[in-house]
Structure formats: structure tokens, C-alpha cells
Design a protein around this ligand. Sequence first.
Ligand SMILES: NC(=O)c1ccc[n+]([C@@H]2O[C@H](COP(=O)([O-])OP(=O)(O)OC[C@H]3O[C@@H](n4cnc5c(N)ncnc54)[C@H](OP(=O)(O)O)[C@@H]3O)[C@@H](O)[C@H]2O)c1
Length: 217
Amino acid sequence: MRVGILGAGNMADALGTQWAGAGHEVMVSGRDLAGSTARAAKMTAQAGARAVRAGSFAEVAGFGDVVVVAVREEGLRTTLQDAGAALRGKPLIDVTNAAGPDRYDPTRPLARLIGDITGGHVVKAFNLCHVDVWRMTPPVFDGRPLAVPLCGDDPAAMEAARTLTADLGCTPVNGGGLERAMLLEATAAFMIGLWFGGADAQAVLPPLASSGTHQPA
Ligand SMILES: NC(=O)c1ccc[n+]([C@@H]2O[C@H](COP(=O)([O-])OP(=O)(O)OC[C@H]3O[C@@H](n4cnc5c(N)ncnc54)[C@H](OP(=O)(O)O)[C@@H]3O)[C@@H](O)[C@H]2O)c1
């Protein structure tokens, strides 16, 4: 798969390096080509596989079979506008979170903003864990592969997200439609707030066996 990544920061580095190592073609973009080129060279060296390329936001948008949105909230609008019309109708994987856990506005979900600006098929994913988790090969805790909830409406975009999740060594979980992406965003804001306070966020949730008896929907 050709994976374009809008962003050349930590999340682009972590996820893109894993996907390049798994055999995907990857292109990253930050705001200046020199910085993106340096990032791509580092990723290529770490992946030990295919060369990771660098380009402009518009070049990344045109390159990707799937395009990952991995920029800071403050740069979201301008980045998507610079990326341009090539995003329309494409699978877009949105990993973004609010600029701070106390700055999330559930009335303005980031995933919906991305869909509205681009006309792309958005899947929310990978926003619940710190970047260091995405550098693990694979992310396994207490012997269990990390489960990654995916929220999106478009079947092809969801399939691309499932493939990229499995290629990290993680287990994809159907999180429902795109209207539920705001729940993932709010969950991240809540969990990050707990981490900042020194709490073990994983400890707040019981295992399935202690979560009552439920009929499948
Ligand atoms: N870090 C984590 O642990 C983590 C985990 C889950 C989700 N996320 C989310 O993933 C997204 C990317 O996070 P990150 O850790 O990769 O961030 P980062 O390392 O700071 O990288 C941010 C990227 O956004 C670009 N950008 C574009 N416009 C910008 C602007 N006006 N101000 C700042 N940056 C701008 C930067 O461009 P330049 O390259 O030109 O600087 C850079 O490529 C964020 O939405 C974040 O909330 C992060």
C-alpha cells in the first residue's frame, strides 16, 4: 500500500517506520522540505527496508492510497487546505488529538472537521496511545497484543485501517461509525489527563469477564 503521512513529527516517524518495515511505500510531509527529507532519511535507516520519501502536503495527498493525518491541532486546517483536492474520496486515517487534555471540545470533533474540509473517508485510529507505544514491535502488554479501536463509515477505508493496524502487530477492533470518533477523542483527553496526574489509566477498566453479561448488538 502507498501510505502518505501529513506530518513529519513523532507520530509520522513511529507509525511510518513500522509500515515501511512491513513493506509499504511511505511518504511524509512537514512544513518544510528539508526537515521532512531529514525525517524520511532517518525512517529509512530505521526501517531497514524501502526508502521513505518526503514531499509537500499536496504531494503526500496525491501519493497515498491511504493518507494519515498526523499533525498538531493548531496546524490542522492549513495542512489540509495545502494538501488540497487529492484527499477527496480517499481513505484518511486520523490520529489527531486536541492540543491538550483540557482543551478538547466534544462539540467540534477533529475527525468530523477533517472529513468536512477534505471530503475524504475518515477513520479515527491510533489516538489512544502515546507515540512510544507505536514504536514497539509489536505493542504487547501482559502477553496480549494491543487492541486498536477504529471508527469510520467507509468499508474500504476501514479495511485499509485494519490492514495497517495488523501490520503493527495490533488487533483491530470495530469501534463503530465515524459519529463515534468523538468518543475516541474524548477518551484520549480523559486518559491523557489521568496520565498527567500520575494515574495508571489501564487500571480503571475491568477485564471483559467482569464487565457484565451482554448480548451482541
Ligand atoms: N505524540 C503522541 O504521543 C501522540 C499520540 C497520539 C496522537 N497524537 C496526535 O498526533 C498528532 C501528531 O502528533 P506528534 O506527536 O507527531 O506531533 P509533532 O511531533 O509535534 O509533529 C507535528 C507535525 O505537525 C506539523 N504541523 C503543521 N502545522 C503545524 C503547526 N501550525 N504547528 C505545529 N505543527 C504543525 C509539524 O510540521 P513540522 O514538521 O514542519 O514541524 C509536524 O510535522 C497530534 O494531533 C497529536 O495530538 C500524538
